[in-house]
Design a protein around this ligand. Structure first.
Ligand SMILES: [Zn+2]
Length: 501
């Protein structure tokens, strides 16, 4: 994408929407051989006539009490089928509250992988990615098979790291920016990427060894200055001189309208909820950095979401729902009938056990345990660890008698106190066939040799040593750099201030 070519951005989007231009250098994907559901070529054109307009709201970083209210507030909306809208949270382990992660999942939202520590110079080490799977499964009860996507911290990926994700069995990754010239529908990376073609070391045009791995691009919006904006646009152009909330809403609306009126390429709203909550006090040792009142920013986003969701055939979905759609695309008129869009599990899961549905005042089998560690306190339905998680030990052992979710039950129907699965109907039966957690990176190659890896088949090993010059692929544009710096600031504030972990 041409993040800095501001003058052409919106005009082109409207005047010559999604023309069939060459996508990326050397991108050669033949739809005759790259066929659904396993393979799909990047395209600016919709997969079927009259598609829905999809909108993806995503949050990044820790799920904790300090950011929970504002994250929940934006979900108070309905899709055209009357069901609550859904969102995706790219979750890091450090500072997250496992009980809130359970709640997020129980609401029907998506928990995706965003590493253990959100390390500043992160290029996708196996331990960071696999450690989050282990922790989310053991302390938040998320079935491994439901952790389908990954977003790189700081959007900092390498070609090797993307190949590793495919080999690990991930279904999609969502770290690449999409804008004017590469505003494409989600696609598989069998023939490389068409996004992020600029920058110092773009992955665009390179062999990725990531067959079957979906790319769900991050769709940029265009501001009045022509600069593309990706994450937390209310903080741009700088924290000291941000746009007005009204301008943020207008930017979203204008770009959304262009999508809606043309090929209905999906749209994205990418937030760190830290920025849209109440103010964080300053001046204490625990809170050395302030975050200003984010209520007007939240209102700006909410105003846009109200506008977008008022447009016919607009659906707010998780990234996983987006990928399910792409595997078997249908016209907007048929979307409500697709099983992945049904909002109510049938039969309804019990709210008398600790599965995230019982509410914070729950007692007995429905109560989470409170874990008080030196680093802070948090809750979990699955017992308390003896120590806080680290990269080396992301899911420390527990002495609790709580039973962890087995591969034969979805945690919605699992009673971790009694250790029983309460699902008795075929419609709620679940068998998790995802690759089991194994923190040894060598296990990836062993699994591939045995043919048990569900996706990928890449040749490089799982430790992903970046090639010289391969770090910080692509996202070199100014707005992304600014946003990344702010994400780092947010993480720092959480760590120093009100974080649990
Ligand atoms: Zn992040």
């Amino acid at each position: 994408m041409r993040l800095t070519a501001g003058s052409v951005a919106l005009a082109l989007l409207v005047a010559a929407p999604f023309a069939a231009a060459q996508l990326g250098p050397n991108y050669k994907c033949d739809p005759a051989t790259c066929k659904l559901p396993a393979c799909y070529c990047a395209s600016t054109q919709p997969p079927v006539a009259n598609p829905p307009q999809f909108l993806m709201l995503t949050y990044d970083d820790s799920i904790q009490a300090a950011v929970w209210p504002q994250a929940q507030a934006l979900l108070n909306r309905k899709n055209p089928n009357g069901c609550p809208v859904k969102a995706t949270w790219y979750t890091q382990v450090l500072y997250s509250d496992p009980y809130l992660v359970s709640q997020w999942y129980a609401q029907g939202n998506e928990v995706a992988d965003h590493s253990v520590t959100h390390a500043p110079i992160f290029a996708g080490t196996y331990a960071e990615v696999e450690g989050m799977r282990k922790w989310a499964n053991e302390y938040a009860g998320i079935p491994l098979g439901k952790i389908k996507g990954f977003r790189f911290p700081y959007l900092n990926y390498t070609t090797d790291a993307i190949a590793m994700l495919a080999k690990m069995g991930f279904e999609y990754e969502s770290s690449m920016a999409s804008g004017t010239g590469d505003m494409v529908w989600p696609y598989t990376l069998d023939y490389g990427t068409v996004n992020d073609c600029l920058g110092t070391a773009p992955a665009c045009g390179k062999e990725l060894n990531a067959k079957g791995l979906w790319e769900v691009p991050m769709y940029s919006t265009t501001g009045p200055n022509g600069i593309a904006q990706l994450m937390d646009p209310y903080n741009l152009p700088t924290l000291d001189a941000p746009q007005s909330p009204e301008q943020v809403t207008a930017n979203y609306r204008t770009t959304f309208d262009a999508h809606y009126a043309a090929s209905r390429v999906p749209f994205g709203v990418y937030l760190h909820p830290t920025w849209i909550g109440k103010s964080v006090p300053v001046g204490t040792a625990a809170n050395p950095t302030a975050i200003q009142d984010g209520t007007p920013k939240a209102a700006a986003v909410a105003a846009f979401l109200d506008y977008a969701m008022s447009k016919p055939d607009t659906w707010m979905v998780t990234a996983s729902q987006m990928v399910e759609y792409m595997k078997n695309p249908v016209p907007a008129s048929q979307l409500a009938a697709q099983p992945y869009m049904s909002c109510t599990p049938n039969p309804a899961p019990p709210n008398t056990v600790c599965n995230g549905l019982a509410g914070d005042a729950a007692a007995g089998n429905a109560a989470p345990e409170t874990c008080n560690l030196v680093s802070g306190s948090f809750r979990s339905c699955y017992g308390c660890p003896a120590e806080a998680p680290t990269l080396e030990n992301p899911s420390p052992p527990t002495t609790s008698t709580r039973k962890r979710v087995p591969t034969t039950c979805d945690s919605l129907w699992w009673d971790p106190v009694a250790g029983t699965c309460l699902c008795t109907a075929d419609t709620c039966k679940y068998t998790d066939t995802a690759r089991p957690v194994n923190l040894d990176p060598a296990s990836l190659n062993a699994a591939a040799a045995n043919g048990t890896t569900p996706a990928g088949g890449a040749a490089n090993n799982g430790t992903t040593t970046p090639a010289p010059g391969d770090k910080q692929a692509a996202n070199s544009a100014a707005s992304v750099t600014v946003t990344n710096a702010m994400a780092a600031a947010a993480v720092g504030v959480l760590a120093a201030g009100f974080a649990a972990w």
